[in-house]
Design a protein around this ligand. Structure first.
Ligand SMILES: [Cu+2]
Length: 118
């Protein structure tokens, strides 16, 4: 009896251990664009990002002009994802916390957008 109970308990513990080691590293994907005109965007599944939950995000930016950059700023983040003189695609993994974030092209500060994390 006791041995059987111990064996059952051990099996339950083994299952629990398996469950808790499942990967929890999934990152939500966001897409940014800047240029070729004076536009900057940040979208998720084709929709403009307005509000997100805290967590880790993979942001991929298509930079279409040398005169623009894509900079993300907010709580814990001040990151130039693509720079001036660069044309092409760059990705960054970023942790977003509660607050307001702004994405901007720093030489043309009217090119900007923002979203809230909460
Ligand atoms: Cu610009």
């Amino acid at each position: 009896m006791n041995l059987r109970r111990i064996a059952t308990a051990a099996a339950v513990l083994a299952l629990a251990a398996t469950a808790t080691t499942a990967p929890a590293t999934a990152q939500t994907k966001l897409k940014g664009t800047v240029g070729p005109g004076f536009t900057i965007t940040l979208t998720q599944n084709g929709k403009k990002v307005k509000r997100l939950k805290p967590g880790r995000y993979r942001i991929t930016v298509d930079d279409k002009a040398t005169m623009h950059n894509f900079v993300l700023r907010g709580p814990g983040v001040d990151r130039e994802i693509t720079g001036l003189n660069f044309v092409g695609r760059r990705s960054a993994t970023i942790t977003l916390r509660k607050g307001t974030y702004t994405y901007v092209c720093t030489p043309h500060p009217t090119m900007k957008g923002s979203f809230t994390v909460r």
